[in-house]
Design a protein around this ligand. Structure first.
Ligand code: C2E
Ligand code: CA
Ligand code: CA
Ligand code: CA
Length: 284
C-alpha cells in the first residue's frame, strides 16, 4: 500500500511537472504567437429574449497552437495577464472585433446595427492606454461607440476606487456600453452598483443552470427576479449567459431578462455564421 501510495505521489508530481512545463512553454510561446497570427476569434450571438432576434455577438479569443491544437482562453489568458501580454493581445482582440462588427453592419444594415461585446481583463483596466486605444480603434474603423460593449468582471470592480473607474466612465460618456460580467459571483454590494459606470448586468451562468427544471427552484426564481427588478430600477439591462435549453430561455424571458446567449441559440463560431443568423432575422 505504501509503495502504491508512493507511486501515486510520483505520478501526481509528474503530472504537476508536465502542467508546469506546459504552462511555462505556453507562457514563453505567447509573444511569438501574437506575431505569427496564431490567435483567432469566435463570435457567439446575443439574442433578444422577447423575439429571438440577433442583438450582436460576444468575441471569444482562441489560440491555434502549432503543437497543442486549439486552446481555449482559460488556458492562456491567465498566463497573458501574468506576463502583461494581455495588453497587446487585448488590443488586437478589440481591433479585430470592432472591424468585424463594421463588416456585419455594412452588410446587414436592415438587421439593425449588430453590436459587439469584447472582454476586458483587469490588467487592461489599469493600463493607461485603454481610453486612447479604444477611441483610436473606433475612429479608424468608423464604428459608432454605442455599437461596442466592453465586458468587465464583477470581481475586477469590487472595491474599485475612482482611479480605476475613471477610464470606464470616460468610455461610458462616449457611448460605449460597459457590462458587468459574471454578475452574482462576486458578492459585490448591490448599492455599489449605482457608483459604477455600467449599463448592463450579465448574470453568471450559475443562475441559468438553476433554471434547468420547469418550473425552476422557487428560491432561484426569487433571486433572479430580485436582481432583474433591481437592475431595471437602476436602468440597467440584463443579459443571461449559458442558456442551453428552451425551458431556461422561457423562464428567463418570463423573469424579464432582456438578452441571452448560449448553446441553445448558437455556440461560438466563425464570423460569417452571424450573417446567416442575422439574415434569417431580417427576412423573417
Ligand atoms: P465569459 O466572458 O464568461 O464567456 C462565456 C463563456 O461561456 C465562453 O467560454 C463561452 O464559450 C461559454 N459558453 C457560452 N454559451 C455556453 C453555454 O450555453 N453553456 C456553457 N456551458 N458554456 C457556454 P470561453 O470561450 O471558453 O471563454 C472563457 C472565458 O475566457 C470568458 O468567460 C472570458 O472571461 C475569457 N475570455 C474569452 N475571450 C477573452 C478575451 O478576448 N479577453 C479576455 N480578457 N478574456 C477573454
Ligand atoms: Ca464575457
Ligand atoms: Ca460571463
Ligand atoms: Ca464566465
Amino acid at each position: 500500500a505504501k509503495s502504491a501510495g508512493g507511486n501515486r505521489y510520483e505520478l501526481a508530481d509528474a503530472e504537476a511537472d508536465a502542467r508546469a512545463i506546459t504552462r511555462h512553454g505556453l507562457t514563453t510561446a505567447l509573444p511569438a504567437a501574437l506575431d505569427r497570427g496564431e490567435f483567432f476569434i469566435e463570435y457567439q450571438p446575443l439574442v433578444h429574449l422577447g423575439d429571438g432576434s440577433v442583438h450582436g455577438a460576444e468575441a471569444l479569443v482562441r489560440w491555434l497552437h502549432p503543437q497543442h491544437g486549439v486552446l481555449g482562453p482559460d488556458r492562456f489568458i491567465p498566463l497573458a495577464e501574468h506576463t502583461g501580454l494581455i495588453v497587446p493581445l487585448g488590443r488586437w482582440v478589440l481591433e479585430q472585433s470592432v472591424r468585424q462588427a463594421m463588416v456585419w453592419q455594412e452588410r446587414h444594415s436592415d438587421a439593425g446595427p449588430l453590436r459587439i461585446n469584447v472582454n476586458l481583463s483587469p490588467c487592461q483596466l489599469t493600463h493607461p492606454g485603454l481610453v486612447s486605444d479604444t477611441v483610436d480603434i473606433l475612429e479608424r474603423v468608423g464604428l459608432e461607440p454605442n455599437s461596442l460593449c466592453l465586458e468587465v468582471t464583477e470581481s475586477a470592480l469590487i472595491g474599485a476606487d475612482d482611479d480605476l473607474l475613471k477610464p470606464l466612465r470616460r468610455l461610458a460618456e462616449m457611448g460605449v456600453d460597459i457590462a458587468l460580467d459574471d454578475f452574482g459571483t462576486g458578492y459585490s454590494n448591490l448599492a455599489n452598483l449605482r457608483r459604477l459606470p455600467v449599463s448592463i448586468l450579465k448574470l453568471d451562468r450559475s443562475f441559468t443552470q438553476g433554471m434547468q427544471q420547469f418550473p425552476a427552484d422557487p428560491v432561484d426564481l426569487k433571486i433572479v427576479e430580485g436582481i432583474v427588478s433591481l437592475a431595471h430600477s437602476l436602468d440597467l439591462a440584463v443579459t443571461v449567459e449559458g442558456v442551453e435549453t428552451g425551458a431556461q430561455a422561457e423562464q428567463l424571458r418570463l423573469l424579464g431578462c432582456d438578452t441571452a446567449q448560449g448553446w441553445y441559440y448558437a455556440r461560438p463560431g466563425p464570423p460569417d455564421r452571424l450573417h446567416d443568423l442575422a439574415l434569417v432575422d431580417a427576412t423573417g
